[in-house]
Write a new protein. Structure first.
Length: 166
């Protein structure tokens, strides 16, 4: 099984505020789409609800929504009541948020795809702490979005699977 987490975070690790992204970076959304298309994307109910209705379900992907409410209706998505159940649905999954789902899946994750956003913003949701068992395997150059926000892409792997043992 391969579990990859994908998120964008501010300088202080903020990933969301009031169930929304506190920035607009179309290039980050394009990367998310490019990486996850054709795969299974697992997200929590609040993340599902934060998606604009025209993007629900995320096109070209199997959408899995984790919620404690087994009667929850998310047209076009599979509903599961635990992260563990979500991880049994496919051998290759992308974790698309939110913060609680990231924290629950980090211990079993193989790779992290992080967009660093060069902003200091307030937020109520934060990325999980990434410990010393993770190694950067790719770090992109800082870029400026068409919206004027600076960002860069990073990829991290667990130290034991980081390749040459850096």
């Amino acid at each position: 099984m391969t579990v990859r987490l994908i998120w964008a975070q501010s300088r202080r690790g903020v990933v969301g505020r009031d169930n929304l992204l506190p920035w607009r970076i179309p290039e980050d959304l394009a990367r998310f789409r490019a990486l996850t298309t054709g795969g299974t994307v697992v997200m929590g109910r609040r993340t599902w609800e934060s998606l604009p209705p025209r993007f629900r379900p995320l096109p070209g992907r199997r959408n899995v929504v984790v919620t404690r409410d087994s009667s929850y209706d998310a047209p076009g998505a599979d509903i599961v009541t635990s992260v563990e159940d979500a991880l049994t649905l496919d051998d290759d999954v992308w974790i698309g948020g939110g913060a609680e789902i990231y924290a629950a899946t980090l211990p079993v994750a193989d790779a992290l795809f992080v967009t660093d956003v060069d902003l200091d913003v307030e937020g109520d949701r934060h990325a999980p702490p990434v410990g010393p068992d993770w190694r950067e395997v790719a770090v992109g150059d800082w870029q400026t979005s068409e919206t004027g926000v600076r960002f860069r892409f990073r990829e991290l792997r667990r130290a034991e699977s980081a390749g040459s043992g850096g």
